[in-house]
Ligand binder design. Structure first.
Ligand code: UDP
Ligand code: UDP
Ligand code: UDP
Length: 123
């Protein structure tokens, strides 16, 4: 079974993409299995090396949106792409808006290795 840390990487990590095209989200949301059964409404991909994302677990501690205490905000801005389902897009045709951003991100961390397990937002 896919672990929560593996799920985070599948859903949110894309370190090797430098040029994001308009069709990026349509391709990536499908390739990463987020258009199975339903179109996942919002998803962020992070274009930074995994170690740079994992160290966020040792940066500013903040409360998660769900009230849990294990979220952390990156001290530097990161290159990210937000994928947002377009209004009127109907499953199984998942049509996304692709938006490249440079923002501080908030992730949830768990376990002894302090792995990132959830993307909580960007600010
Ligand atoms: N997978 C799965 N459940 C999921 C997502 C993926 O069993 O919810 C399996 C999928 O069938 C494939 C592997 O995990 O065998 C890799 O999935 P994906 O295509 O998302 O990998 P990526 O492109 O992120 O490397
Ligand atoms: N999410 C994301 N980027 C964002 C906001 C949300 O990738 O900027 C994803 C993330 O996987 C999160 C999920 O969307 O776990 C649900 O987010 P949230 O709980 O904020 O959305 P809601 O449940 O309120 O629709
Ligand atoms: N999680 C957490 N803090 C949060 C949100 C989620 O520790 O604020 C953990 C949750 O317990 C689970 C993992 O993150 O182990 C993934 O959560 P979920 O499957 O709800 O995330 P999504 O699939 O929406 O990205």
């Amino acid at each position: 079974k896919e672990s929560q840390a593996e799920k985070f990487q599948r859903q949110h990590m894309d370190p090797d993409t430098s040029t994001v095209t308009a069709s990026y989200c349509n391709e990536m949301m499908k390739r990463r299995n987020m258009t199975v059964g339903q179109c996942k409404p919002v998803n962020t991909f992070i274009h930074e090396p995994l170690p740079d994302v994992q160290v966020i677990c040792f940066q500013g501690n903040v409360t998660c949106k769900n009230g849990k205490p294990n979220c952390h905000q990156s001290s530097s801005k990161m290159r990210i792409t937000d994928c947002r389902l377009k209004k009127g897009s109907k499953y199984p045709k998942c049509d996304y808006q692709t938006q490249q951003l440079q923002k501080s991100i908030i992730v949830a961390c768990e376990c002894v290795q302090y792995e990132t397990v959830d993307f909580d937002g960007s600010v």
